[in-house]
Each structure stands twice: as structure tokens, then as C-alpha cells.
Design a protein around this ligand. Structure first.
Ligand SMILES: [Zn+2]
Length: 453
């Protein structure tokens, strides 16, 4: 790849240690790596030598957004009747039978649709928690889908092993044998996980939740992940029912359960953590255990308000997640950042959470949670993952503080998105996949699922 210079950004948000915001900024990158960041005047020579110049007048340029929690297969089951006014356990029970009908092509179509939505709204790296493997579905299907869109992908080999008859939540027909889960997890790690800096695909081990897998599988998963040098991910302390289940089944709170099973450390990130108490927050901070905060989903399912200011104060590694599209029901990280900020202000007042803090979580914070310190920052030597936001549209024009405006009045879509230096979105459209192909495949899958229902 040649030299690309993004030039004359109205504001370049670096997210570096000094939190620099550069007016009339420019960023130069080659072979996926950032070479220089500065004012347009400082990068004038590089511009002259560039193979491609991307004009960014009137735009804010930020590191690409990072999504730390999603279930992309759920993109085909948004706003599903019967799951609209229910909390977590009832919502899951309504959806399980429909997800149980998925075939490999449905997972592929749902993943492409969800990733297209994320890319078009400025996301450059997403994790995906796939925990349902009906009818021949494999993690390979979601990874192939991600390669077609072009964003960095942290696929997680999810699983469910405790069905209703054994005291779990999912129907027995949808749970897998634990030995088979571990075998397949080893297979996908060996096949797809890339530990190198700048990797486009990584794999993590992700039993679904304490109420759908056994204690033994949680323990074995942690041992396997550490043996392979990959990360661990699950849902934790999502709502009051989740905590009650933990107390009844395991005799302890979710944080203690996680600690007991080896599920704390810098190689672990948990989704939600809405109900963590002060002691559990201190545990997460001490062990550098990450949290994927998903405020829209927490609102949608009435799960509660995560204690974000306490987590921030203690230094818990924090990122944002849109969560599955059956509980959001969209995948837009700027909206998630906005929701995170608004939700904290409801309880803590207007000064408790700043838009820039929310933008940090959506970029560098999320990258760190996923173990990707080479991403989420615009600085020399870091990966060239960035989003260009046109602030001249009707929904954002008039913002005086453009960076705050990006969170307070998010533009509807990113204008351009680069991942590892390659264009994924230009002028608001996908570059590496055709939008109409993605839409058509998703429409066909939704039609089939509706017919079966
Ligand atoms: Zn989730």
C-alpha cells in the first residue's frame, strides 16, 4: 500500500496520552501503520509525496470506534414481538427457538449486515459473541462474513451447555456437549487466531453466561484460553435476576464466582457488569479485568445503570458495546457513547460524565479492553484505523465544540472509514462489499425465519 494523507481535518482527535486535538490536522499512513500526525502545514511534504490524499475539510477525524460486545447473529431479530417489553430471562426464552433455526447462511448474512451497520457508523474493530451453533453453524461463518466487510474482528467461540432440564435457561435442544465445545474451540483458535500486532482476526473463548454453562466449562475454558494465549469473554452481573441466580446456584455474587473460576485478569473482559458492588469493582480494578459497558441494551431490558463513575475512579478497564441487535436494536457506537453519557447524567448530574470521556471509551478504552493497544490512538507507530465525520450535515452543523458535538449530536454516518490503512467506507458507502448484496442476503434470511416462526 502506498502513502495516504488525510488532510485539513477541521479537528483531529488523537486520543494519545496528551489527548491532543489538532485544528487543521493531518494524519499520514502507509502499509497499515501511521507515520505522522500533526497540522496540515507540518505534513505538507508528506502530502506532496502521497499516493492518495483524502480531504477532510469540515470534518472531525477520530480513531476508529471499537465495539467490545455484540451478538451479530441477532441482527435478524430486531424488535421481535413478544421480546419487546420483557427483561433478560423472558426475552431470551422468547428468542432462543428462533435463533435455534439459524443455518450457516443466516449467520453469515446477519454478521455481514451487523458489521456493515457498524462500519458505516465509524466502527473499525468489533468483537462478536456467537454462542448458538444450530444446524451446522460454525464460527467460521462469522469470520468469513467479517473478512468480506473489512473491519478488524474478534470472534469469540461462545457456548451453552446447561439446558432447562439441568437448571439452566436455554432449551435442552440448543445446548452442546462440553467436550465437543472445547474441541471446536481449540480448532477455531488454531485455525484463525492471529496473535501478531495489527492482526485482523483474533479468537477468544466465551462460554455464554453463568446461567447457561457449567462451573466446569467455565474453569476449563479459562485453562484452555491461558494455554493458547487468547482472551476470555462472557456476560456477568447483567441484572438482578442474574445476581439472584448466582447466589442461589453458586452461593456467591457474580464477581466472586468469576474470581473463583480464574475469570479475572487483563486477558478477561465481561459484558454488562451492571450489578457489580463496590468490592467487585475493586476486584476488577486490582486484577485489570475489563468491562464492556452496553448502556442501550441495559436500558432496553431494564437491567439497571452500571456504576461507571466508580469503575472509572478505580481504574477498571472500560469499553463500550452495542450488544446484540435484539436488545438495542441498532449497532451504532456513537449512539452508544451518547447513551453512556446521558444515562450517568440522569443519576449523577450534568458534570458526572463528559462527552470526551464517552468518546475515549468508544475508541482507546475499547481497544485496550480487547488487548489492542496498537489501535484506538492516532499516533506514529499505531495502526491506521480511523473514521472521518462530516460535521456539515443537518444533524450536526452548528456545533461550536466539534468533539463534544460528535457525542452530543452524533452525525448519522461516517463519511470515510479506514481499517489498517485500507478504505472500508468512502463517501458513506461500503468499499469492500456491495451494500445491495448484504441487504439482499439478510432479507432472504429474515423471510425464511419468519416463515418458520
Ligand atoms: Zn450480550
Amino acid at each position: 500500500m502506498g502513502l495516504t494523507v488525510v488532510d485539513h481535518a477541521e479537528m483531529l482527535v488523537c486520543m494519545d496520552d496528551a489527548r491532543r486535538e489538532i485544528a487543521d490536522g493531518a494524519v499520514a499512513f502507509r502499509d497499515g501503520v501511521i507515520e505522522a500526525v500533526g497540522t496540515s502545514a507540518e505534513l505538507a511534504d508528506l502530502r506532496t509525496a502521497a499516493d492518495l490524499v483524502v480531504e477532510a475539510r469540515g470534518c472531525v477525524v477520530t480513531p476508529g470506534l471499537v465495539n467490545t460486545h455484540h451478538h451479530l447473529f441477532q441482527t435478524l431479530t430486531r424488535a421481535l414481538p413478544g421480546a419487546i417489553n420483557t427483561s433478560l430471562f423472558g426475552w431470551l426464552k422468547r428468542l432462543y427457538p428462533i435463533w435455534g433455526q439459524y443455518r450457516p447462511e443466516d449467520v453469515f448474512a446477519a454478521t455481514q449486515l451487523g458489521l456493515a451497520e457498524l462500519a458505516l457508523s465509524g466502527c473499525t474493530m468489533s468483537s462478536d459473541h456467537l454462542y448458538l451453533y444450530a444446524d451446522g453453524v460454525r464460527l467460521d461463518d462469522s469470520i468469513a462474513a467479517a473478512e468480506g466487510i473489512g473491519i478488524r474482528f474478534h470472534a469469540t467461540r461462545g457456548s451453552m451447555s446447561v439446558g432447562e432440564s439441568a437448571g439452566g435457561l436455554p432449551p435442552d435442544a440448543l445446548v452442546e456437549d462440553e467436550a465437543a465445545i472445547l474441541r471446536d474451540t481449540i480448532r477455531v483458535i488454531d485455525r484463525f487466531h492471529d496473535a501478531a500486532e495489527g492482526a485482523m482476526v483474533r479468537v477468544a473463548v466465551a462460554p455464554c453466561s453463568p446461567f447457561s454453562v457449567s462451573e466446569g466449562l467455565m474453569r476449563d475454558s479459562a485453562l484452555l484460553a491461558r494455554d493458547k494465549g487468547v482472551m476470555l469473554h462472557t456476560h456477568l452481573a447483567e441484572d438482578a435476576d442474574d445476581v439472584a441466580y448466582s447466589l442461589a446456584q453458586f452461593g456467591c455474587r457474580p464477581g466472586d464466582y468469576a474470581e473463583r473460576l480464574g475469570w479475572t485478569g487483563p486477558d478477561v473482559w465481561h459484558a454488562h457488569c451492571v450489578q457489580l458492588d463496590a468490592r467487585e469493582i475493586a476486584l476488577f480494578a486490582r486484577t485489570r479485568t475489563g468491562v464492556a459497558h452496553c448502556p442501550c441494551s441495559n436500558c432496553r431490558l431494564g437491567s439497571g445503570i452500571a456504576p461507571l463513575p466508580a469503575m472509572v475512579a478505580h481504574g477498571v478497564p472500560l469499553g463500550l458495546g452495542v450488544d446484540g441487535s435484539a436488545s438495542n436494536d441498532s449497532g451504532n457506537l456513537l449512539l452508544e457513547a451518547r447513551q453512556a453519557m446521558l444515562l450517568q447524567r440522569v443519576v449523577g448530574g450534568a458534570a458526572v460524565f463528559d462527552p470526551r470521556q464517552a468518546l475515549f471509551l468508544a475508541t482507546r478504552g475499547g481497544a485496550a479492553v480487547l488487548g489492542r493497544d496498537e489501535c484506538g490512538v492516532l499516533a506514529p507507530g499505531k495502526r491506521a484505523d480511523l473514521a472521518i465525520w462530516d460535521m456539515a450535515g443537518p444533524s450536526s452543523l452548528g456545533a461550536w465544540d466539534l468533539v463534544a458535538g460528535l457525542v452530543l449530536a452524533p452525525p448519522p454516518q461516517a463519511r470515510d472509514v479506514f481499517v489498517d490503512g485500507r478504505a472500508v467506507v468512502r463517501d458513506g458507502d461500503l468499499v469492500q462489499a456491495r451494500r445491495e448484496d448484504v441487504v439482499r442476503a439478510a432479507q432472504a434470511s429474515v423471510a425464511r425465519l419468519k416463515e418458520l416462526a
